[in-house]
Design a protein around this ligand. Structure first.
Ligand SMILES: [Fe+2]
Ligand SMILES: [Fe+2]
Length: 295
């Protein structure tokens, strides 16, 4: 019979590998092969394109299919980066690096999950942020000033250059509108797995030691997307605070690994791969919250 789901395959997710750090690279090299499983990489894999492709190549050998969305770190232009690509052209370069390796990106047709669990459409998103997660009524400039009052400033302000867009918030607005167009073309009967580096809702941002960092964490435009679209689950990273939340019956998974002090480098990386599909029967093991991200 056709169309029977493939058994034994899982959709797994992780983000924020930050391969600039040696323990993260070692963890990938020691990772077992998962020949049936698919893996979501929800951004912040590496800023450096060579390191990024090194990681993709290692993971591509280990998984049947990889999906990637960009984090803010992939979009950083740093002086030591030989190509010095900026903004949109930098993003497009990373998309091409993925396509060369058959890795699905936000620019590609959305794949249908062929395994067990609901026949979800897997939707990689690139939406960025627009400072609107801050207090009501602040302009982006006022929001940055508000964060600076508590000595919080995201390195994106220096390294994430939005060219040719006039600002990061303008780039975000453009991404939201082209993404809405694509989402509207999906058959509403199909359940979706929405995948974005940044959390889709403000109330998922729990960073009590640096609360004003929230302005670099998303856009209010997506707060209701899990209801607006037929969403089965949402995957994100960026916060370096692993969590599972439920909102309106939808599962939200924060799947960060983070910097080495934020995970147990003695543990096998497999234990940090979050199962998205089939639906896990029990929540991920407790006692494994990452410390708060500071930058
Ligand atoms: Fe990160
Ligand atoms: Fe990030």
């Amino acid at each position: 019979m056709d169309n029977l789901p493939e058994s034994g395959m899982r959709l797994l997710a992780i983000s924020d590998l930050h391969l600039e750090r040696e323990p993260s690279r070692r963890a990938i090299e020691n990772l077992a092969h998962h020949p049936k499983d698919w893996l979501i990489l929800a951004g912040d894999i590496a800023s450096n394109p060579d390191l990024f492709t090194w990681g993709l190549d290692r993971l591509n050998e280990r998984f049947a299919q990889i999906l990637w969305v960009p984090g803010n770190h992939e979009l950083w232009t740093q002086p030591e980066d030989s190509k010095s690509l900026r903004g949109e052209s930098r993003y497009r370069h990373f998309v091409e690096l993925c396509r060369d390796r058959n890795v699905a990106t936000p620019e590609d047709p959305y794949l249908l999950w062929p395994g067990q669990g609901p026949n979800c459409r897997l939707v990689p998103l690139f939406l960025l942020y627009d400072y609107s997660f801050g207090p009501d009524g602040l302009s982006p400039e006022e929001a940055v000033t508000w964060a600076l009052e508590e000595d919080i400033l995201c390195a994106d302000e220096r390294f994430l250059i939005p060219d040719p867009h006039s600002s990061r918030e303008a780039w975000c607005s453009r991404r939201v509108s082209i993404t809405l167009e694509r989402l509207s073309e999906i058959d509403p009967a199909e359940p979706l797995i929405l995948i974005n580096h940044f959390p889709l809702r403000r109330d998922l941002v729990r960073i009590p030691r640096i609360p004003r960092f929230i302005i670099w964490c998303g856009t209010r435009n997506t707060e209701d997307w899990h209801r607006q679209f037929h969403t089965h689950a949402v995957v994100s990273g960026h916060l370096h605070v692993r969590a599972t939340d439920w909102k309106d019956g939808v599962r939200f998974e924060e799947v960060s690994l983070g910097y080495p002090r934020q995970w147990n480098t003695d543990r096998d990386l497999s234990s940090y791969l979050r199962q998205i599909l089939p639906d896990p029967e029990s929540p991920p093991p407790g006692g494994d919250k990452a410390p708060i991200w500071r930058r």
